[in-house]
Design a protein around this ligand. Structure first.
Ligand code: NAP
Length: 260
């Protein structure tokens, strides 16, 4: 297999209808992987991602399933391998922001929803897919966390707790599965220009257009989905054949942004 190629592999990317997940789906497909594009609500956006991959000569299919709903996760784990064959790359990307409230103000149901979306779903999905991943020449699980976890900011308990649980799962799984040829790694972006990133800077900094923050970044621009996707792709290739149990921060050297 050519260096950097993902030919013959089958990836499932959760939350791939837009943002970082869409970027990862397109990048994995560009390198030869067939890709299952999971989405929750926005079918039109998901089919656009599939269309772009197919137009570029790749293979992709979309599956609706909310990862926050255990029955949907079970169905996703059944339906995904039935399309292009066993899944050997799982990208756990689906995520939602929390509402930015203190613990005193947070409805416990919000906590449950955020933790279920980011973390419990990934345990469930991995549990269901590990047997087929073990049977392949190689397996990869990459979880999309956040550099926010390094700051544990006030008013972020649901998100901080969810990403902490996700990283704990990934690092544990890396040790459990290394002898089965399954690599498990964490990619932790800083601020990324997506719908979520744009909503965040509007709410926290009053910034209407995220591009206004370009010149404040050490590299002169806000991170894009593609910047994250190329790191994820690298981790899944033989170029990263001796890498597992690692956490890569993709924040362009940015300082933590102001709290408040
Ligand atoms: N943007 C940032 O600044 C940033 C920074 C660090 C980490 N991250 C992390 O990166 C990941 C992607 O974020 P993003 O910025 O790309 O977010 P986004 O632009 O809001 O896109 C979120 C994606 O996740 C999907 N999704 C949400 N809930 C889902 C569920 N229950 N089941 C299945 N899919 C679901 C959405 O599907 P629908 O379109 O169908 O709703 C959409 O495709 C998240 O885990 C986030 O925490 C983001």
């Amino acid at each position: 297999m050519a260096q950097g190629s993902l030919a013959g592999r089958v990836a499932l990317v959760t939350g791939a209808s837009r943002g970082i997940g869409a970027g990862i789906a397109e990048e994995l497909a560009r390198c030869g992987s067939a890709v299952i594009v999971n989405f929750r609500r926005d079918a039109e956006a998901a089919f656009e991602v599939v269309g772009r991959i197919e137009s570029a000569g790749g293979r992709a299919a979309a599956i609706q399933a909310s990862v926050a709903v255990p029955a949907d996760v079970d169905r996703l784990a059944r339906e995904a391998p039935a399309i292009f064959g066993p899944i050997d790359i799982l990208i756990a990307n689906a995520g939602i922001a929390s509402r930015g409230l203190s613990v005193a103000e947070t409805d416990p149901e919000e906590l449950e929803r955020v933790v279920a979306t980011h973390a419990l779903s990934v345990h469930r999905l991995a549990h269901l897919l590990l047997a087929q991943m073990r049977a392949q020449r190689r397996g990869d699980i990459v979880v999309i966390s956040s550099s926010e976890l390094d700051h544990m900011r006030a008013n972020g308990a649901p998100y901080n707790m969810a990403k902490a649980a996700l990283e704990a799962l990934a690092l544990t799984l890396a040790k459990e599965e290394v002898r089965n040829g399954i690599h498990v790694n964490i990619v932790a972006p800083g601020l990324v220009s997506t719908d979520m990133g744009s909503r965040l800077v509007k709410a926290k900094l009053g910034v209407e257009d995220i591009a206004q923050l370009n010149e404040r970044q050490p590299l002169g621009r806000v991170c894009t989905a593609h910047d994250v996707a190329t790191v994820v792709r690298f981790l899944c290739t033989e170029d990263a054949g001796y890498v597992t149990g690692q956490r890569i921060v993709v924040d362009g050297g940015a300082e933590p942004w102001p709290t408040g």
